[in-house]
Design a protein around this ligand. Structure first.
Ligand code: ADP
Length: 754
């Protein structure tokens, strides 16, 4: 360990539960079941049990306790699982001390661990009736307190009376593992710890784990000499030391005792406070003047009390935020109700009356959907929200909660004034949809117990570096930056509910879209059938009109006036146009009847074939066509592909006033997908018409200009491309030539989703 990498969290690496030693206020025996043979014993056994450990090992329990007591223990062993240390029996013990011995046990790794603690006459006992009236008083007082903090301040007072410890405090953990003293009762001459913050490293992870495991930890004398187990070889076949995680007598970390000594503490008693089975805080009792041992009978009611307090914490916390919770529930119901009625949930989330910020204590909100950012209230910029979303996309959790964003995502330091607090929910992985709530930075003065940045000092005496927790517990003030008010459980619950509802709405909308699409496809098909039949049937009478007009001109021409002749010419002209129009319509709807025959074709070969044909049909034009030689082979319908290239190349020739018409045909790749293009040096198309010209029968010129046309060519092209799942777009401007680009495969959609 070097000076730079060491801190109190080095305890995290210390295997405190495998120390192989106990504290001296009891005896530990390790036994093999079912015969209850002693395989290891603490070396202080002679002091308590009058039998030296060397004689105990190898003996069976009845040799020590007698048959009757052993039988009573066996009965308990059958009944109980003993995953945690559990009291088994208390027996009068035939020893020189003539007291009662309390025996508790726990099972671990196939071994039975029995702990013996004497309740000798040496301990001053309060009579049972006095104890029970004290407990009754306490329970009455506890029920009288309104709100969590006043409840806890009664708790510390009562625990102090009950145990006689000089200081009792309640320490509450924050989400990041650091903590704060939120209630304290102490002797008046002692310095107050109330309101002090402790860095996460002060109670390292293994210590937190062990605290959560046992209902009570007692260290009667900080200066105790650890008692080893005999023999020191492990009784386990793999040679690993016996795990003392659940043992009440377990020896504690050297770091912990040094830390307590530095604080001027001589004895401790610590009980975990659990909320929904998670470590919420600790009741920590300290004695400063001398060691203090609390016998089993005195500890038992305190343990019960701490369990009872754990049960009340959740309720009281909820009670503290009762009004706010109700407000959040109302806001949620309103939003969900509106969303159910509205066509678009987006409008509701950002509405002027009801919106994402309703009810919740946040200054800004944002929605990110398909890369588009919508903001509400005081937020980072859309660009910054985009950056945030990139970071969010790397997180595996669908709900992200932080009240110090810039400590998790450094770039957020730029906007920590408006968004130090972030609540983010992922609605969809496919469209990368996130909803976020922001809270501004709150500059607060934190009172640390000692310098949080120097949790440990290195003792360099004797040229040997030894780790020592800091000796100074002076109040250390620090202005904390980059923190917002922490998010409450009820707020997290609120956004989780929002996430579920938005998710459901999204699924509902997608299903509706699929249904509408299917209906649309069916009605399109019906319309197409009609168009096909109608244009086919109209051709016949149209031919009749044309023929009769022709006959009229031939047979009756000499009787007609000049104006009469002109009218007949117009009829013939119009019927001809009508004929082309019907042909185009037929061609357009005919595309739906072409067999869906998809095979791998060489696009280069197909294009060469079409260009040859077009050059033959336009012999008088001066045309240069540059075909990229190695365009990829594609799974496609050759009839459709011919329709596409034929129309695009024909247009490239038609809408071109240059002396030499230059056409370039090729393919490039984007995101692994081939994109084909037909480029010309023609008249170009102004951007406002880029979508318009794909509609059937839409032209940008008079019907005789640029060789005329029905205006259906590009509509046909688009339809043929859509049949492949691809799309078409234009890159062009007036007088700048045109490039028509298209794909023949569906665009890649990312797999996944909630
Ligand atoms: P048509 O050629 O029968 O008019 P299209 O659907 O093929 O029908 O084209 C629609 C319109 O788009 C054309 O009338 C023309 O104005 C414009 N257009 C199509 N291709 C080009 C091109 N390569 N350059 C300029 N304008 C074009």
């Amino acid at each position: 360990m070097t000076i730079t990498n060491v801190d109190l969290s080095s305890c995290d690496r210390e295997q405190v539960h495998l120390v192989g030693a106990i504290q001296p206020h009891g005896v530990l025996l390790v036994l093999a079941e079912p015969e209850l043979r002693i395989v290891q014993a603490s070396t202080n056994s002679a002091d308590f049990l009058d039998v030296p450990c060397e004689r105990l090992v190898g003996q069976c329990l009845d040799g020590l306790l007698g048959e009757e007591n052993t039988a009573a223990i066996r009965t308990q062993l059958v009944k109980k699982e003993l995953a945690n240390a559990t009291h088994l029996i208390s027996v009068p013990f035939l020893s020189s001390q003539n007291g009662v011995v309390h025996i508790s046990g726990n099972r671990i790794n196939g071994l039975l661990l029995l702990e013996f603690e004497l309740s000798a006459g040496t301990v001053e006992m309060i009579p049972a009736h006095a104890y029970s009236s004290r407990l009754q008083d306490m329970i009455q007082q506890l029920y009288g307190s309104a709100g969590l903090l006043s409840f806890l301040s009664v708790v510390v007072e009562q625990v102090r009376i009950l145990t006689g410890f000089e200081r009792v405090m309640i320490y509450r953990f924050d989400r990041d593992g650091s903590g704060m003293v939120i209630a304290e009762a102490k002797e008046t001459n002692l310095e107050a710890y109330l309101g002090l913050h402790y860095p996460a490293s002060d109670i390292p992870e293994p210590a937190r784990r062990l605290f959560a495991l046992s209902p009570l930890r007692h260290l009667p004398d900080v200066d105790y000499v650890p008692v080893p187990l005999f023999p020191d070889q492990s009784p386990l076949s793999d040679g690993s030391p016996v795990d003392l995680s659940h043992s009440f007598l377990r020896s504690v970390s050297v770091m912990y005792t040094s830390y307590l000594r530095n604080m001027g503490v001589k004895a401790t008693l610590v009980m975990p406070l659990l909320k929904s089975d998670k470590l919420w805080g600790l009741i920590s009792c300290m004695h400063h003047s001398e060691p203090k041992y609390l016998a089993y009978e005195q500890r038992f009611p305190v343990e019960l009390l701490s369990r009872m307090i754990s049960l009340r914490i959740g309720d009281l916390e909820n009670l503290d935020h009762y009004a706010y919770r109700t407000q959040l529930i109302q806001a949620y119901c309103q939003l969900i109700g509106e969303m159910g009625r509205a066509k678009n949930y987006h409008d509701v989330l950002f509405g002027s009356k009801i919106n994402l910020l309703n009810g919740i204590n946040a200054d800004g909100a944002a929605l990110l959907e398909n890369g588009k950012v919508t903001l509400l209230g005081i937020t980072p910029t859309a660009y910054q929200v985009g950056l945030l979303a990139e970071w969010l996309a790397q997180q595996k959790d669908a709900v992200l909660v932080t009240h110090c964003l810039s400590y998790n995502f450094q770039a957020a330091g730029e906007f920590s004034a408006v968004a130090s607090g972030l609540l983010a929910i992922r609605i969809s992985r496919v469209n990368l949809t996130w909803v976020m709530w922001f809270r501004p930075e709150v500059l607060s003065e934190t009172h640390w117990a000692g310098d949080p940045k120097k949790p440990v000092i290195i003792d360099d005496e004797d040229q040997e570096s030894r780790l020592q927790p800091r000796t100074s517990f002076a109040l250390w003030k620090e202005t904390v930056r980059g923190y917002s008010e922490p998010w409450l459980d009820c707020e997290i619950e609120h956004v989780r509910k929002m996430r579920q509802s938005l998710h459901d709405i999204l699924i509902e909308q997608t299903c509706q879209l699929i249904r509408l699409n299917t209906e649309l496809e069916l009605s399109n098909q019906a319309l197409n059938n009609f168009v096909y039949a109608a244009s086919h049937d109209l051709k016949e009478p149209l031919r009749g009109i044309h023929n009769y007009a022709e006959l009229l001109r031939l047979e009756e021409g000499e009787h007609l006036s000049g104006q009469g002749h002109q009218r007949i010419e117009t009829i013939l002209c119009l019927t001809e146009r009508m004929h082309h129009f019907l042909e185009a319509l037929l061609e357009y709807s005919h595309l739906d009847y072409i067999e869906q025959d998809f095979q791998i074709y060489s696009i280069t070969l197909l294009v060469e074939e079409i260009v040859d044909m077009l050059k033959k049909t336009n012999p008088n034009e001066s045309i240069t066509v540059d075909i990229q030689p190695a365009m990829p082979d594609i799974l496609c319908n050759s009839t459709f592909v011919k329709v596409i290239f034929q129309n695009l190349i024909m247009n490239a020739i038609k809408y071109n006033a240059e002396a030499v018409k230059t056409i370039k045909i090729g393919c490039y790749t984007t995101n692994g997908m081939p994109v084909f293009f037909v480029q010309d040096n023609g008249i170009g198309i102004s951007s406002e018409f880029h979508e318009y010209i794909f509609q059937p029968f839409k032209r940008l010129h008079g019907h005789k200009e640029y060789g005329g046309g029905s205006g259906v060519g590009l509509a046909l092209t688009q339809k043929a491309i859509t049949q492949h799942g691809g799309r078409i777009w234009i890159e062009s401007g007036e007088g700048k030539g045109s490039t028509f680009c298209f794909t023949l495969t569906p665009e890649h959609v990312e797999e996944g989703g909630e």
